[in-house]
Every structure is written in C-alpha cells, then in structure tokens.
Write a protein that binds this ligand. Structure first.
Ligand SMILES: NC(=O)c1ccc[n+]([C@@H]2O[C@H](COP(=O)([O-])OP(=O)(O)OC[C@H]3O[C@@H](n4cnc5c(N)ncnc54)[C@H](O)[C@@H]3O)[C@@H](O)[C@H]2O)c1
Ligand SMILES: [Zn+2]
Ligand SMILES: [Zn+2]
Length: 328
C-alpha cells in the first residue's frame, strides 16, 4: 500500500510501505476512500507548527470502509467510518467532565503523531465514528472541519435574525457561514481575498461581504473570528456590540492587544473554542444528512491520490476551499 510521507517540512512524498498490519483488540483496519486537506496539514508541510513532529505521515480528515476488525472492536467489516482525529485519555479531569476536546493528554493525528493519508490505516475504534448510511461520501468527508463549527456555534445562543460577522472565509469560516445561513442569522463576512468573499456570498445573496477596512464602523451581536491572524483578532474585538459575544476560533501564537476597556465596559463575552467532542460529530452528521443544509460551496474538488503535489500546491495558494484526495 502507498502513503504520503513528510521527512521534514516542505519534503512531501508518496511511498510504498507494505500492507498495514492486522488490527488487534479494539482496532480496525480502514481502507481509505477520501482524505480532506486541512489548513493544519498545510502548516505541518510549511513547518510553522512549533510542536509538530517529523518525520510523519500527514493528514487527519479521512473516511473509508472497515476491512478488518480486532475481536474487541464494536465495528463490523463493511462499516463506513470517519476518523476522529484528536485522541483523548478518558481519565483526566477534563475528560471526566465530558470535555474530551481539552484533554490534558490529547494527540492530533498528522501533527503530534502519524496521520492518516494512506490507502489503509489501523485506528483504535475509539477514534472512528460510523457514517450514517444515507450520507454521500462527498458530504461526509466534511464532518471533521464542520464539527469544529458545530461545537463553536453552540458556545453562544444564535437565533434567527441575529447579526453575526464571520472574519476569514477559509474552510472553517465558510463552514461557519453554512451553519449560520441554515440558522437564519443575518451574516456579514470579512476577508482580504475577493475569491473567498465570492464563495461566501454563493450561500445566500443576502450575505454581505467586505474587506476588513470597510467594516470599521459596524458592530454585530456575535463575531466569529476564523482567520487567526493578529489583525483579524484585534479587529474582532472592535466589531462586537456591547453585550455581545466573540467566538475565538482562529489560532495564532502572536501576541494580541487586549482591549480591556471595551471588553469590560461593554460586557463582551469571549468564548474560546477548540475542536469538538463525539457529540459534535453526531450533530454534524445529522446536519449533513439534511438535504436543506447547503454545503456545496465548500468542496472545491477531488483529486486522485497520485496528484497530491498539485492538490497541496493549489491548497497552499489560499484560493480554494476544501480539496480532497481520492485514495482508491
Ligand atoms: N479552534 C479550532 O478548533 C480550530 C480548528 C480548525 C482551524 N482553526 C483555526 O482557524 C483558522 C482558520 O482555519 P482555516 O483552515 O479556515 O484557514 P484558512 O487559511 O483556510 O482561512 C483563513 C482565511 O482568513 C483570511 N484572512 C487572512 N487575514 C485576514 C484578515 N486580516 N481579515 C480577514 N480575513 C483574513 C484568508 O484570506 C483566508 O480566507 C486558523 O487560524 C486555524 O488554525 C481552529
Ligand atoms: Zn481538519
Ligand atoms: Zn483526558
């Protein structure tokens, strides 16, 4: 079987690695169908995540079919599953509260341990989620990045007509827009890339899109920060109405100026949000099963696995939403 392999940052290759071993105990062997290229895969490729480990097999968003199951696995051969790519220990104080997404012993596939971009992989059954039978693969492959937003938008109450700004229309921002559109929110989006703004507007003609500089005097009930750069996070504070909420989804290690006066006097609530729990995956699948839920603009294209270089190069331009590799 073949897999992608990253010896060091910038050095992505395809290699023959022999068949996957037999699954033991609770493990399953999954024949991979699709793998979605994520922003974090690009950061691991570029070498900009300080805690990423090399060499490694990249990738974490995959779906496939169980082809062999260990004797303790609850899954049968033939079950379609998606990866649950952030592990948890189940024992720390956060796991015991059900908050496995902030587990003290979390590992992230393709970042802090080997990832999943291979034709066959062995996974612990704990870290796969069965895919509803009526869900097509081309929607199911969005579950992981979408669950991030399902989790994020649960942090505060968003109802029909609420004004919500989304900063950054990458895959995460676009998935937030998809869900906010489904909820009936009054949506404004900000991005520095006009291609991304057009993509955001394709969900609904009522969505207002603008460059960050053009949003200066506006305020919103809720702001979803999904760009993750210093400028966008600092602008996010300025765009929240007094009494409003900021959902802080974008990630940066840069120091951010904290506008204490505005936050304190305006009683602004800041919600940090990180990945998802299993419940968020289940809720994300339920939404993806609803034909009225529009996610069509998110999937840019599906490339054969052998064209990984072109797929990663295009993803790195920042002009695409989700690019998926077909491992069959
Ligand atoms: N909290 C979580 O659980 C979680 C999960 C996944 C990703 N993330 C983070 O969310 C962020 C977005 O992820 P993504 O995969 O969509 O990234 P992405 O790079 O695909 O998208 C970022 C978007 O922000 C835009 N942008 C850049 N600077 C901007 C600015 N100043 N103002 C407005 N827009 C600007 C870019 O043009 C791009 O469209 C990243 O920081 C990522 O690390 C967080
Ligand atoms: Zn991802
Ligand atoms: Zn834990």
């Amino acid at each position: 079987m073949r897999e992608l392999y990253l010896e060091k940052p910038g050095d992505l290759k395809i290699r023959e690695s022999g068949p996957a071993t037999a699954p033991k105990d609770n493990e399953v062997k999954v024949k991979v169908i699709y793998g979605g290229i994520c922003g974090s895969d690009l950061r691991v490729l570029r070498g900009t995540i300080p805690y990423a480990t090399y060499p490694c097999r990249p990738g974490h968003e995959i779906l496939g079919t169980v082809v062999e199951a260990g004797e303790k696995s609850p899954y049968q051969v033939g079950t379609k599953v998606a990866s649950f790519p952030n592990t948890y220990c189940g024992k720390c104080e956060f796991c015991l509260q059900g908050r496995t997404n902030i587990c003290a012993n979390k590992k992230s596939f393709g970042v802090t341990c080997d990832g999943l971009f291979a034709q066959e992989i062995i996974l612990d059954s704990e870290f796969v989620v069965p895919i509803p039978a009526d869900l097509v693969d081309e929607r199911a492959i969005l579950v992981e990045p979408f669950a991030v937003n399902v989790h994020a938008l649960k942090r505060t109450n968003i109802s029909k007509g609420k004004s919500v700004a989304v900063i950054g229309c990458g895959t995460e921002g676009l998935l937030a827009i998809a869900l906010l559109n489904h909820m009936g929110a009054d949506i404004t989006v900000l991005d520095i890339n006009p291609i991304k703004m057009e993509k955001a507007k394709s969900f609904n003609k009522n969505i207002k899109a603008m460059y960050p500089a053009d949003a200066k005097d506006q305020v919103f009930d809720v702001v979803v920060e999904a760009a993750g750069v210093k400028a966008s996070i600092e602008q996010a504070f300025q765009l929240v109405k007094p009494g409003g909420a900021l959902i802080s989804l974008g990630i940066t290690g840069d120091a951010i100026n904290y506008p204490a006066l505005r936050i304190t006097r305006g009683e602004i609530t800041i919600y940090g949000t990180i990945i998802y729990t299993k419940k968020d995956f289940v809720d994300a699948f339920a939404l993806l099963q609803d034909p009225a839920f529009n996610v069509a603009p998110i999937l840019s294209r599906i490339d054969p696995f052998a064209k990984y270089q072109e797929a990663f190069d295009d993803a790195l331009t920042g002009n695409f939403a989700k690019i998926v590799l077909d491992f069959r």
